[in-house]
Design a protein around this ligand. Structure first.
Ligand SMILES: [Mn+2]
Length: 235
């Protein structure tokens, strides 16, 4: 049987104008039954359209911040580095993916890109902007394969069905988060400090974003592996 080809958006190292890919994304997709394909950042509109046509699914990976102009805001003090090339490629590609109704999974930066592409906004810096009374460590102080906080999954969502439980233990390596949801999206998980940690698009074949990093959890967590598995199956 032919395996689905899943395109991954690479990270852009703007210091050296290099592209990078965390191998555990590739391993997780391979273990779930797909052939991962790293996509280029330098692609014109016709090439993006062809990628959307020919690949079977898309993983928007983690990485640095999205330029605040792209969600209608000024750059705030604690916003991090951005890549115009990556922002442009990812936001240019998504409309073609939606047109073809191909499955898409967003991880960390990926959930934020998916939300911004649908007209949503994000917290540019959680800690300085939300000032919770008992801050949750969204940049965890220990290794990535260990979960650090819980999320409450929303009943009736695809993610709740995939996880098969109400509360999930997740890892956390983000200083930004989804703020206002984009058009057609619902929140499928919240952290204990009320941040949106996952979203999805009801009625779409597979459109899921998670703020945590299942690519560091799938080897030890059935729930994290089932997310990749279900994604690959929809492709
Ligand atoms: Mn978190």
């Amino acid at each position: 049987m032919k395996k689905p080809l899943i395109g991954l958006t690479p990270a852009h190292d703007t210091d050296n104008n290099d592209i990078k890919m965390r191998p555990t994304y590739l391993r997780a997709l391979k273990a779930a039954g797909a052939i991962p394909v790293v996509m280029p950042l330098e692609a014109d509109e016709d090439e993006l359209k062809q990628l959307a046509d020919e690949l079977d699914g898309f993983l928007f990976t983690g990485g640095p911040d999205v330029h605040p102009f792209l969600f209608g805001e000024e750059t705030q003090m604690h916003c991090g580095n951005v890549s115009e090339a990556r922002d442009g490629m990812e936001l240019g590609l998504l409309p073609f993916i939606l047109e073809k109704r191909k499955p898409v999974l967003g991880i960390c930066r990926g959930i934020q890109v998916l939300n911004i592409a649908m007209g949503g906004t994000i917290w540019q810096d959680i800690f300085s902007m939300t000032k919770p009374e008992f801050p949750i460590a969204h940049t965890q102080p220990f290794a990535y394969h260990m979960p650090s906080h819980t999320v409450l999954l929303t009943q009736g969502t695809l993610l709740h069905e995939i996880a098969g439980m109400d509360t999930l233990r997740v890892n956390s390596m983000h200083h930004q988060a989804v703020k206002d949801l984009g058009e057609g999206l619902i929140a499928s998980a919240y952290s204990p400090d009320h941040l949106i940690e996952a979203l999805e698009m009801p009625g779409y074949p597979f459109f899921v974003g998670v703020q945590w990093h299942p690519e560091y959890l799938w080897e030890n967590s059935g729930e994290a592996f089932r997310l990749f598995k279900r994604f690959v199956e929809s492709c």
